[in-house]
Design a protein around this ligand. Structure first.
Ligand code: UDP
Ligand code: MG
Length: 331
């Protein structure tokens, strides 16, 4: 634990944006207003910023972000060369922000996550936490499908050996110390929600209410959600592979017993019946084999991607302007 008293931090909000033209202007306003209020309450330093990460949007998002940043130095904009996904966007933002900030909070562009929770995040940091997880109170703003799939997913994740925090979705504060530690993880398949809890550090949980999306539609398509779910499982645990081995073992035992029965049947001379049984057994075996191969293939794919050591994202442009620090001079 930290023994020294913490100083008032420079806070950076990292905001991933993918096709968010309907909402970015409003979000920029709400977020910068909140930062100013926190500054005036003496909770953060004046050179705190909102750092947008444009994840290869195909609409007007980038142009709007550049306009917003041109007017006010409180905004900074990282723009990716392509769409690398939400996890890469927040990683890039955090890795850039840690060069300037004492604490970084990642938050979605759609204002669904209650920004007023920042006060609690910050007081928890001041009390010594290096990582603070935002956990949603309930899921009333989600549809039935999203709600039930999320619940099932968290159950499955825990069953499969991952220590994700239930109902925590990347609304999170990390100190510079924790971010420096995170930067040591070089893996390509980065599943932040599973990885960060394994790092250790003094951590805390802050509850917040989820709101409706301010504007626009969810940018998490079903396929993006499934990819994230699959990554979450295969990047954190090899338990599925062990389960396959377990199933294989049980099937082997079963088939030995079946062999003995068939031999006995054959010796007694009643071998003709059993057509249905044979079809069922071969279909079932084929199914189990293909499914197992699929899971093993998923891991091999992961190994393949890791061995390439490709960059996790490519930054096309970066806008950052000096803002005034606490003394009123340029920082
Ligand atoms: N997002 C992103 N890249 C993507 C998909 C989403 O940067 O490929 C961002 C998006 O702009 C938003 C955040 O990730 O700021 C969460 O997405 P969204 O609100 O659409 O997800 P939901 O809240 O519906 O799960
Ligand atoms: Mg959202």
């Amino acid at each position: 634990m930290e023994s020294d008293v913490r100083k008032i931090p420079v806070l950076y909000l990292v905001v991933p944006c993918y096709n968010e033209e309907e909402v970015v202007e409003k979000s920029a306003q709400v977020m910068s207003d909140k930062l100013r209020r926190l500054v005036s309450e003496g909770k953060i330093k004046r050179n705190s910023k909102v750092m947008f990460v444009n994840d290869g949007s195909r609409d007007n998002t980038l142009r709007l972000l550049h306009q917003i940043a041109a007017k006010d130095a409180v905004f900074s904009v990282i723009s990716f060369a392509g769409n690398y996904g939400h996890q890469s966007a927040i990683l890039a933002g955090m890795m850039m922000a840690r060069k300037y900030a004492d604490v970084v909070v990642t938050i979605d562009a759609d204002l669904q996550q209650d920004i007023e929770a920042l006060d609690n995040f910050l007081s928890s940091y001041m009390n010594g936490s290096e990582i603070v997880y935002g956990v949603r109170n309930d899921r009333h703003s989600d549809g039935f499908f999203k709600k039930s799939s999320a619940t099932a997913y968290y159950k499955l994740m825990h069953l499969l050996g991952s220590n994700v925090i239930t109902n925590h979705a990347d609304y999170r504060l990390m100190s510079k110390k924790a971010l420096d530690a995170l930067s040591e993880y070089q893996e390509t398949n980065l599943f932040l929600r599973g990885l960060i809890p394994t790092m250790g550090f003094a951590s805390d949980v802050v509850y917040f209410d989820v709101k409706e999306r301010e504007a626009g539609q969810s940018k998490y398509t079903l396929s993006k959600m499934l990819t994230l779910a699959m990554d979450g499982i295969t990047s954190m645990s090899v338990r599925p592979l062990r389960m396959i081995a377990g199933i294989g073992f049980i099937v082997c035992l079963f088939s030995i017993i079946m062999c003995i029965f068939s031999l006995v049947d054959w010796a007694r001379g009643n071998t003709v019946p059993g057509y249905t049984t044979s079809i069922l057994v071969s279909l079932m075996m084929g199914g189990i084999t293909l499914f197992s191969l699929g899971i093993i293939g998923e891991y091999i794919g992961k190994i393949y991607m890791e061995t390439k050591k490709r960059p996790r994202y490519i930054i096309d442009t970066f806008v950052w302007k000096e803002s005034k620090d606490d003394s009123g001079e340029d920082a």
